[in-house]
Design a protein around this ligand. Structure first.
Ligand code: FAD
Ligand code: DLZ
Ligand code: SF4
Length: 518
């Protein structure tokens, strides 16, 4: 007998380590649709449909190569609903010498795999995940002994290691970072590029119909589904992005506009995270476009930093600090997640816009995640575990390895500063500067207190007051705390009162939306 090669739903790449030495004459590739993976959190319908469609296409491609694929569908008779159960059943169907698998993205599945070593009838070989540029061990070595990890240091090391945007050992253009040039608001009447949508084919339509039937009570709509679900389509999406969006990407990276969920963003994260594209090839494509003169350096650098820097960094941090990482709550935040995170029914226009597009597309771009849903969660003191679950549910690209450091660390500062040097708290002025949301809002972003005031304004100061003991000594918070110190008691009381009145209107259940939802 040969090897049984289990490929998980986010490892859909012919070059993944579990398939490199595949022997088509003797080996079997196993892919399984299992209910546990769709429901350990109740994922957005588009995320499940995307993965099932991508898995089915990948299986078909392997079969075309003449590879023996054993594919278990969600509704097949006897499907046990779990990786462990399906692996056990497959071992009864095939006589193999060992199981080969690539280590998973998530700790939860890693722990499951450790159990397989004891319970399965054949040896299990767990191979390193070669879909990333920085091996887990290398990151762990770098992170060892540092309490505060900083992305920028890591990123420069990765630039040197890969040679991306480097020249003679120096950063191309003489600078590592062009962030300052990436902060523009979208001008009025600015025409955004057309986006490349992918019409679902028969396989994808089947997956969509299956999800509509089996997971009808999950969050999200399926109607606008247009994700690339094959490697060929993902490569076409990459090319479209490089040709039409990347040349302007950097300038408007932080911009938000009502009715425009995508701006100049890549929309590549679901494909990247599922293995349809590799980080390396995406970065090389951006670099090549710059070297050929099609893309300015600050745009190529800004984009490569997201992937070579942030993406590798959060993944390394996740594995270096799990499983303890998830359990901290540095700011002792405990307010339940308001229902409007699911319904979108809120008078705060920025939140209504972002939740609405998230329901329609299983997507929001970085600044929306960070400065709208994220910032609100931070300054309203929402419970980290509930916020993390929301982020893991609602986006087509969400996996714990990338979601958790971004939410627990970057957004909520629940890790006490491992991931980011200070909380990204901001008042309404930031949202007003980077978007047009405030124009159509029931609240007035220029008003600081009272019933018409933008809630972000008083929640921001309330957050600083409530966390004074924990944050006032943070160097990078010195400026706002100096301003706070200059406020008299009456002003502080007013802030606390406005915040208490507003927060009392938030309800975690659908039936008690209160004044907030009108
Ligand atoms: P672009 O803006 O065009 O960026 C290009 C690529 O860079 C992305 O595809 C992604 O692979 C990478 N990238 C950018 N920022 C980050 C980052 N902070 N961490 C890791 N990779 C990054 N990304 C996910 O893939 N899954 C998540 O579950 C996820 N959760 C997030 C939660 C919060 C609170 C925040 C602030 C960010 C989160 N991100 C997550 C990162 C980022 O928002 C998304 O990767 C990005 O919006 C995906 O859209 P895009 O492909 O159009 O990205
Ligand atoms: C997210 C997901 C879903 C919804 N369904 C499946 C599935 O049926 N089969 C599968 O192999 N993988 C699925 N996945 C992706 C896994 O959750 C992912 O591989 C683990 O979280 C490890 O990162
Ligand atoms: Fe959001 Fe405040 Fe602007 Fe309304 S006024 S859109 S709540 S930032």
């Amino acid at each position: 007998g040969g090897h049984l090669r289990l490929v998980l739903g986010d490892q859909l790449n012919r070059r993944v380590s579990s398939l490199v030495d595949l022997d088509p004459d003797n080996d079997v590739v196993l892919l399984v649709e299992v209910r546990d993976e769709a429901t350990y959190v109740r994922h957005h319908k588009q995320k499940i449909a995307f993965l099932f469609a991508a898995m089915r296409h990948f299986a078909a491609e392997l079969r075309e190569e003449g590879i023996h694929v054993d594919y278990v569908r969600l509704t097949d008779d006897g499907n046990t609903g779990s990786f462990t159960g399906e692996l056990g059943r497959a071992l009864e169907r095939h006589s193999v010498r060992r199981v080969v698998v690539t280590e998973p993205g998530e700790w939860r599945v890693w722990a499951m795999m450790q159990g397989w070593r004891d319970t399965l009838s054949v040896p299990v070989e767990i191979r390193p995940d070669n879909r990333f540029l920085c091996p887990r061990e290398d990151f762990a070595r770098w992170a060892q002994g540092r309490h505060h990890l900083r992305m920028e240091t890591f990123y420069r090391g990765m630039r040197k290691r890969t040679g991306l945007l480097m020249e003679g050992g120096e950063p191309l253009g003489g600078r590592w970072n062009f962030d300052a040039e990436n902060r523009k608001r979208l001008p009025k009447n600015h025409r955004l590029p057309d986006r490349m949508g992918f019409q679902p084919d028969g396989i994808t339509r089947d997956a969509i119909a299956l999800v509509a039937k089996e997971f009808s009570d999950h969050f999200g709509d399926l109607g606008a589904f247009s994700w690339p679900v094959t490697r060929a389509d993902a490569l076409a999406a990459l090319k479209h992005f490089i040709d039409h969006c990347l040349p302007t990407f950097g300038d408007y990276q932080d911009a938000m506009k009502a009715g425009e969920p995508f701006v100049y963003h890549a929309l590549l994260s679901p494909a990247l995270n599922a293995g349809l594209l590799t980080a390396e090839e995406v970065c090389r494509a951006a670099e090549t476009a710059h070297r050929e003169g099609a893309v300015p350096l600050h745009c190529a650098e800004g984009f490569i930093r997201q992937i070579l820097g942030w993406r590798e960094y959060v993944r390394g941090l996740y594995w270096a600090r799990m499983p303890e990482y998830r359990d901290t709550n540095a700011l002792d935040a405990s307010r339940p997640l308001p229902w409007f995170y699911w319904s979108g029914e809120t008078k705060l226009n920025c939140l209504r816009e972002v939740v609405g597009q998230t329901r329609d597309h299983a997507y929001a771009h970085h600044i929306q995640r960070l400065m709208v849903t994220g910032n609100f969660a931070l300054i309203a003191g929402l419970d980290p575990a509930e916020v993390e679950e929301w982020y893991l549910v609602v986006f087509a690209d969400a996996y714990e390895w990338v979601e958790l450091p971004n939410v627990h660390g970057m957004v909520l500062w629940a890790d006490g500063g491992v991931m980011g040097s200070k909380p990204y708290a901001a008042s309404g002025a930031y949202i007003d500067r980077m978007s047009d949301y405030c124009r159509d809002c029931a609240y007035d972003v220029k008003v600081k207190s009272g019933p018409n005031a933008c809630p972000f304004n008083y929640l921001y100061w309330n957050f600083l007051i409530e966390n004074e003991e924990k944050l006032a000594s943070n160097q990078r918070m010195a400026m706002p705390y100096r301003t706070l110190a200059g406020m008299d008691d009456a002003r502080r009381d007013r802030i606390r009162q406005d915040a208490a009145t507003f927060l009392a209107t938030l309800s975690p259940d659908a039936d008690h939306q209160g004044a907030q939802a009108e």
